[in-house]
Each structure stands twice: as C-alpha cells, then as structure tokens.
Design a binder for this molecule. Structure first.
Ligand SMILES: NC(=O)C1=CN([C@@H]2O[C@H](COP(=O)(O)OP(=O)(O)OC[C@H]3O[C@@H](n4cnc5c(N)ncnc54)[C@H](OP(=O)(O)O)[C@@H]3O)[C@@H](O)[C@H]2O)C=CC1
Ligand SMILES: O=C(CO)[C@H](O)[C@H](O)COP(=O)(O)O
Length: 482
C-alpha cells in the first residue's frame, strides 16, 4: 500500500506478461520509478523476485493502489490482451483517474477500437494514447520501436519517457508521434502485415532451396547468414538462419522438420488485409501471406488433397545451383520491395481517409531499429521519402526501381522454375504480377468495363473523349452518352 509522502512512480505498467514485464524492466533500467500491476498477483511477484534489483519498482495489488502510486499527471501503460480485456482495464482505470491523466494502450489493438476509446476518454477529460509497440520480448527489454498516436499534447509529456526506452539508430530514437487517435495502432497493424509478407517470402525462398534445389537445412541456414551481410540485412533474415540452425535435441533432426507446418495468426495481418480492401489498396503481398497461413492451417483439407497429381513430369532442377540461389535472393528482394511499397501505399491511404498526416519518412526512420521488420532496407526507404516526400509509390523511387529492374529476370526464372516443379510461391508470384500490372501499358480492365456495361449498364469511359458511355447491347448496339 502506498501512503502519502511515499515515493511515486513516473509510469505504471499493468499487464505483466511477456511484453509488459520486459517494458517495465526497460523503464526501470532507464532510471524511472515504475509501478507494477497485473490482474493476478503472481506475475507481479515473479517480476519483483527475478528482477526487483534492476531498478525502482513499486509493487501494487489492487487497481486503486496502482493508480495511487503514480505521480500526476498519471501515466499508465496497458499491456494486456487486445479486445475485451483492454476495454475492461481501461474502464477500471478511467474510474480511478483524474482529468489530464494519460492512459496508454501498448497492445496490438485494432485501430478502430482505439478511435472509439480515444473519443470516450476525451469525453471524460482523460488523454488516451494508442501506441503500437514492436520488438517482441527482446525488443521490449532492450529497446522496442514505439508508434504512439493520440493527442499531440500527450506526446509532450509522454514522448521523452517513451523515447528513453526505445531503440536508437544513429542516436535517433525509434519512437515518434504518429498522429491523432488510431494512427499509431494503424501503422503498427500495417507493420505486422509487412512482417507477415516478409516471413512468407522468406518461407518461399527456403522452400525453393529445399524442394527445388534439394539443399540440406544447415546449408540453407548458411545461405541466409550470407544474405544477412548484404542488401537483405534484417532481423528476420538473421533469425531465419538461427531457427534453421537449431537441431531438435530429442530426434537429432533440424527443429524446422519437427515443427507442425501450420502457421498461427492472432489477427493483425487479417486486419491489414480487411482495411486494404476497405481502402481499395492492392496490398497483395500481405494478403497472400495471410492466405498462405490460412491454407497451411487447413490441415484436414490438405490431408485429403495429398494424392492430387503434380503434373511435373520432366521438370528439372536448375543445373547451376549457385546461380539459382542468387536468382532466389533477387526474387526475394524484389518481392520485398513490392510488399513494403504496398504497405506504405496503405498507410498513405489510411492517413488520407482519417486525416492523420502520417509522415512516411518518419515512420521508416523509427522502423530502422527495435521492431520485427527492422532492416538496412528501412534506411533506403527513409532516404527515398527524404528525396521525394511526394513519391507516387516506393517502388518508383530511383534506388528501388533500379534494384527491382536489376532483379526482374531472376524473379521470372524463379517463378517459372517453381511452377514447373510444383513448388508453391504465392507471394513471389503475386508480387511479380503486381509489378507487371503496375507497369503495363494497357490492362484487361477495359474488357471488365465492357462486360459490366453489357450485363448491368454500368457505363464506361473512352480513351479518346470525355464523358460516360453505354452501348445498347440488347438494341442496335449503338453507343449513347450516359
Ligand atoms: N508477444 C509479443 O511479441 C507482442 C505482443 N504485443 C501485444 O502486447 C499485449 C501483451 O502481449 P503479451 O505480453 O504477449 O501478453 P498476452 O497477450 O498473452 O496477455 C496476457 C496479459 O493480459 C492480461 N489479461 C488478460 N485478460 C485480462 C483481463 N480480462 N483483465 C485484465 N488483464 C487481463 C493477463 O493477466 P493475467 O496474468 O492475470 O492472466 C496478462 O498480464 C497484447 O495486446 C499483444 O498483442 C505487441 C507486440 C509484440
Ligand atoms: O506484434 C507482434 C510482432 O510485431 C506479435 O508478435 C504478434 O503476435 C505477431 O502476430 P502473429 O501472432 O499474428 O504472427
């Protein structure tokens, strides 16, 4: 119990599972006094027991005690399960807080929930900050990437605190104010969507080496290790080499061979695709990644389909293994450019729809460190937006345009070979189709418009004159202006 005159905490953390406990330790290690709270006291005690000597923690049991342990304006970071649990904790806190206090939701909340919660809290004169936090367990402890939305005034009080615990790259904190209400959670959602695409592309590259080239897992791990020294240098490529190098102690097999091949998902990738559909942005790389996880988990259907004919008779693996590995690297890089380009398109569209004014260059800057998609690549994205803040698409920035043009022949060879050999490459293939569609002089959408006009009199535009037109399909087939 905290009594008057006792020391008060600069920040409180409620929800002390993987993320909350490590962020609380991170705050404490940076010299901040941290009030701790968890629904069940066991997690609070476990944290104090194991790490109580790392800094100044205030242990609390009840929400009343927790709120009472905070200096004013009170700042509370919620790190509990997204959805109903977050609403329950917000309500409990709001009933105990006073005007001007700040509630920060650091979980993976849906941005529309954040918009709703921010408005509800504002009506009670409380500041609500929806902050995307990325970095997993290790990032939470040693420096995550933090994407806070909410009122700009809240960032004045909160910014220095959050920046102090974030990752830093070239001395720059990986934390910046993103924009109003749901913007922080929106960009975190797209970050996770890109994470899905990145991981799917890595998976396809692995599968090609394994099932087209017949390489051993350890040898593939070495390829990823090598790739991590070049333009693909990133956290996910680095940990791919680690996971592929892991040997299962029980069987002596590569760990990847004893893990069930059904990918889970908690929702952020799916939300990204739903939002892309609503915004009309073709985020195809992320969509393929979400669908690939869903297909992998359709276990009984996959079981029933196992006997389907492959039709790969006569298909041969490329003779030059090293050359094909290089083709895969280039296909991976080009597909990754497409996924990021689409993700940034979606952020621009979301920002325009909700009036957030999200700065893509600032976002690329804070994604350079701390988060799961951190990569050397992000520095190039930051530079691209610094050179031209009005870029029509990331893919069209000179650096990325050159990189993709340099990769496109390899990209095609990889997809042709994969298709001939019956190895699925949904994200590689759809990314190349996106690239081809984007650069096409004419698209078959003209025929779609003709068909729509035929069956539904939906009208079409002409290339040679203004106005909307309709052909009298069931009459004399003359054209009328609509
Ligand atoms: N794990 C990760 O890598 C990342 C997670 N996130 C997000 O951060 C948040 C925390 O994630 P993580 O640390 O993995 O923990 P979990 O998502 O597993 O959530 C567990 C925590 O939520 C609490 N909780 C659950 N239901 C309630 C409730 N009804 N009322 C009060 N508390 C409740 C639990 O309390 P109790 O101990 O009493 O059960 C526990 O502290 C989530 O929103 C997650 O999506 C964000 C980035 C990365
Ligand atoms: O936010 C995260 C990383 O950035 C979390 O780890 C999240 O759980 C990842 O999503 P999923 O579980 O759907 O793969």
């Amino acid at each position: 119990m905290v009594e008057t005159g006792q020391r008060l905490a600069q920040i409180g953390v409620t929800g002390l599972a993987v993320m909350g406990s490590n962020i609380a330790r991170n705050f404490a290690r940076h010299g901040h006094t941290v009030a701790l709270h968890n629904r069940s006291i066991a997690k609070t005690d476990a944290l104090i027991e194991a790490h109580g000597d790392e800094g100044d923690f205030i242990r609390t049991e009840t929400m009343e005690e927790f709120v009472g342990a905070l200096e004013r304006p009170r700042r509370v970071l919620i790190m509990v399960k997204a959805g109903d649990p977050t609403d329950a904790v917000i309500e409990e806190l709001a009933n105990l807080m006073e005007p001007g206090d700040i509630i920060i939701d650091g979980g993976n909340s849906l941005y529309t929930d954040t918009i709703r919660r921010e408005a509800a809290m504002a009506a009670r004169n409380l500041n609500f900050v929806g902050a995307g936090i990325s970095g997993g367990e290790e990032g939470a402890l040693n420096g995550p990437s933090i994407m806070p939305g909410g009122p700009a005034e809240s960032y004045e009080s909160l910014g220095p605190l959050l920046e102090s615990i974030s990752a830093h790259v070239d001395g720059v904190p990986c934390c910046t104010h993103i924009g109003p209400d749901g913007s922080g959670h929106f960009v975190k959602m797209v970050h996770n969507g890109i994470e899905y695409a990145d991981m799917q592309l890595i998976g396809e590259a692995y599968d090609l080496m394994r099932n087209v080239l017949g390489m051993e897992v350890a040898e593939i791990a070495d390829v990823f290790r090598e790739w991590n020294t070049g333009t693909l240098d990133s956290y996910l490529i680095e940990i791919t080499a680690e996971v592929l190098s892991q040997v299962d102690a029980e069987t002596g097999k590569p760990l990847v061979d004893v893990i069930v091949d059904a990918a889970g998902q908690k929702g952020t990738g799916r939300w990204t695709v739903k939002s892309a559909l609503d915004l009309g942005i073709p985020t195809t790389g992320i969509a393929e990644a979400v669908f690939a996880r869903a297909l992998s988990s359709s276990t009984s259907q996959r079981e029933s389909a196992r006997g389907l004919v492959a039709g790969t008779t006569g298909a041969q693996a490329p003779a030059d293994k090293a050359a094909f590995v290089e083709d895969i690297r280039k296909a991976l890089y080009a597909s990754k450019v497409v996924a990021y380009s689409q993700g940034f398109d979606q952020i621009a569209a979301g920002s325009a729809e909700y009036g957030w004014s999200v700065d893509p260059g600032k976002l690329a800057t804070i994604w350079r460190g701390g988060c799961i998609i951190r990569a050397k690549f992000l520095d190039r994205i930051r530079e691209a937006y610094a050179e031209n803040p009005e870029l029509p698409a990331l893919l069209l920035a000179p650096y990325f345009r050159d990189a993709v043009e340099d990769s496109v022949e390899s990209w095609r060879r990889v997809i042709v070979t994969a298709t001939a050999m019956g190895v699925p490459v949904p994200a590689f293939a759809s990314s190349l189709s996106y690239y081809d569609a984007l650069r096409a002089e004419r698209l078959p959408a003209a025929l779609t418009q003709g068909l729509r006009d035929y069956f539904g009199a939906h009208t079409y535009l002409r290339v040679d004159k203004p106005g909307s037109f309709h052909t009298l399909w069931s009459g004399d087939r003359s054209e009328v202006e609509a």
